[in-house]
Structure formats: C-alpha cells, structure tokens
Design a protein. Structure first.
Ligand code: IPM
Ligand code: MN
Length: 353
C-alpha cells in the first residue's frame, strides 16, 4: 500500500528516536513493496518556540490528512518548573488527542525473555506477563471542567454513556482476539463516574459471552499488577487511572524505553512510545529507540500488515539477543550502542532478511 505518514518528532530525545522509527518504517516498506511519504510537523515545546502554539493548526491538518501519525515525545523542563507558564508542551499532545478524536489508547505490556532480570520485580513473577491496557484518552479529568484559583481548584471527572460504551467495545474486541479475559478497572466504591463505567460494562457483558469480565478497584489493580502481572489479559480504564497504571506497567518490562502504544479513534491513528521526552538525555545518543520502533510495528499491524509487524518484532528481539542494546538495558561489560547504532542494526537486519 501507499502510506502518507505525519512525523511529529517533538522535544528532548524525540527527534533522535523519531529518526530510527522512520528508518525502520522505510526499510520495511522497501522490503514488502509499499511506498511511503513522510510529512514532518511541529509540536510540543519546539512548536511553542517556533510558532507559539504546541499543536499548530498546520500540524493538525497534516495529521488529519495522513494515514497515520508517528509521534515521539513532548515536554521541556523550562515549562515544568514554571507553574505560571501560559502554555505547555503537553497541551499539544492533549490537543492532538482531542482534535483527532483519539479516545482509545492501546498500551501493551510485554516482557522480553533476555530482559527479565532487568525488572525490579522477581523474575518468576514477571515471566509470561503479557497484557494490554486500554486507556480511555479523551475524557475524564484531563478534559473535564476545571477551575484553577489560588484558594480553590478542581478538575472534573466526567464521562457520558456513549464515551464509556465505545471504549468498552474496543476493549471487548481486543479481549476476543486474545485470551478473552477483560478486567474493568475503576473506583466504583467511591466515584460516581466509575459507577457509570461499571453499570455500562455490566449491561454489555452479556453481548460478549465468550469473554470473562471482571471488575477491580484501581488501588487493588495497582497492587495486583506487580503481585501477579500474569493475571491480566486486557484491562480497560479511564484516562487518569490508565496514565498511572501504564507507567507502573513499564516497570514489569524492565525499561520505559521498551513500550509502544497506539491511539485510535475517529480520525488518523497515532503511534508513539509511552515514555516522555527525557530532556537530560537529548542529543546524547543514549535513548532507547525500541519503544518507537515497536510503535512502527503497531502501525503496520493496525493496517493488518501482520508480516511487516512480525519482522520488526523479530528484528527487535534479535538485537536484544545480540546484546545490541542502549546503556540502560545493556548487560554488564557489554559493548556500548547508542540510539543510532541500535536503529541501524535493526534496519540492517530487516534488509538482510
Ligand atoms: C502519557 C503522558 C501524557 C499523559 C502527558 C505527557 C500529558 O504521561 O502519554 O502517558 O498524561 O497522558
Ligand atoms: Mn503518562
């Protein structure tokens, strides 16, 4: 097929990992006879500096008109330390999610055999962990009514029935294609919005008799995830809970630099690593490009190009097995590979296959 890809490198380590993702995408397209055209667009702190808006209209148009967006990371410390900043890089990411209607964020948590020891959890606990967190991405406190006073402030966690229903459908469809076990994570013992989630899920469950549905409070889920991560197959949850739980999930894999994600919804899908812009590492060629590269695998799989996705995953696994790894996951005494070198090794593997 022909791909029009919007590339949003963003801030910090974003441009470095973006380049590796693009190179892998190009190599896979060449291999399988697809054609691809990239259009680069500004976002985040970079866009604020250049045009004063973290998600400029032009970027929106480029994303809207593309087949998929390859997104890297946004965020810069000069905004983090200024509570009075009028505009923040993160607003660019939120604007992108809202304007593209990306209500479903798919975050797989997998382990890699040779990296089991990198997890701070005991190897026998994380071995075999393989679940997907489906995070609702355009509702809840992130987008609800807010008040930001000096004496009073609030964020509203608002969900409507159609919003809950559509994300639960995505989760049920995922569960059907996996081990048919769906865990709805909420805080229904305290929150009204959670009770709506639970009610809608209970009504929908009979439509999916082949899927086992269970319910778990988010505090309990946070504990269960590290106590028995193999319990989960597909979990679905609201925006803020999903944000928190997926950072926790990355610990299971051993490095945040390993986890990709896909955000899908009403318009162009976006593929991005779950990690942030790691400004301290920018320009040092030490960031792990694997989360970005695995996001490219998810991109192909979204278009049902499963062989393409599989080859990327095979190449990633081969690089890990060959100890071609960035410093945070390198074995003791192992050679040092940078972002570029890991990316180039994977591209080379794909070409030679
Ligand atoms: C994520 C990030 C974002 C979020 C930030 C950067 C706004 O943490 O994608 O998980 O909170 O959703
Ligand atoms: Mn997050």
């Amino acid at each position: 097929m022909h791909f029009n890809i919007a590339v949003l490198p963003g801030d910090g380590i974003g441009p470095e990992i973006s380049r590796q993702g693009v190179d892998v995408m190009t190599a896979v397209c060449e291999k399988f006879g697809h054609t691809v055209k990239y259009e680069y667009a500004l976002c985040g702190a970079d866009a604020i500096d250049k045009v004063g808006d973290p998600f400029p209209e032009r970027t929106y148009e480029i994303c809207r008109d593309a087949d998929a967006v390859l997104f890297s990371a946004v965020g810069h410390p000069k905004f983090d330390n200024d509570p009075n900043a009028k505009v923040r890089p993160e607003q660019g990411l939120l604007a992108m999610r809202k304007r593209l209607g990306l209500f479903a964020n798919i975050r797989p948590v997998e382990t890699f055999k040779c990296l089991l020891h990198k997890s701070p959890l005991r190897e026998e606990l994380v071995k075999g962990a393989d679940f997907v967190c489906i995070r609702e991405l355009t509702g809840g406190m992130y987008f609800g009514e807010k008040l930001e006073g000096t004496e009073r402030a609030y964020d509203t966690c608002l969900y409507t029935r159609p919003e809950v229903e559509r994300i639960l459908r995505v989760a049920y469809e995922y569960a059907r294609r996996r081990r048919r076990h769906l865990t709805v994570v909420d805080k229904a013992n305290v929150l009204a919005s959670s009770r709506l989630w639970r009610k809608v899920a209970q009504e929908m469950a009979p439509e999916y008799p082949d899927v086992t549905t269970d319910f778990m409070y988010v505090d309990n889920a946070a504990m269960r995830m590290i106590q028995e991560p193999t319990y989960f197959d597909v979990m679905v949850t609201e925006n803020t809970f999903g944000d928190i739980l997926t950072d926790e999930g990355s610990v299971i894999s051993g490095s945040m630099g390993l986890l990709p994600s896909a955000s899908t919804g009403e318009s162009t899908p976006v593929f991005e690593p779950i990690h942030g812009s790691w400004p301290q590492a920018a320009g040092k060629n030490i960031a792990n490009p694997l989360a970005q590269i695995l996001s490219v695998a998810m991109l192909f799989e979204y278009f049902n190009l499963m062989e393409e996705g599989r080859l990327i995953r095979e190449a990633v696994n081969a690089s890990l097995d060959a100890d071609v790894r960035t410093p945070e996951i390198q074995v003791e005494g192992g050679a040092h590979y940078g972002t570029k070198e890991v990316g180039a090794w994977i591209v080379d593997y794909i070409r030679r296959k």
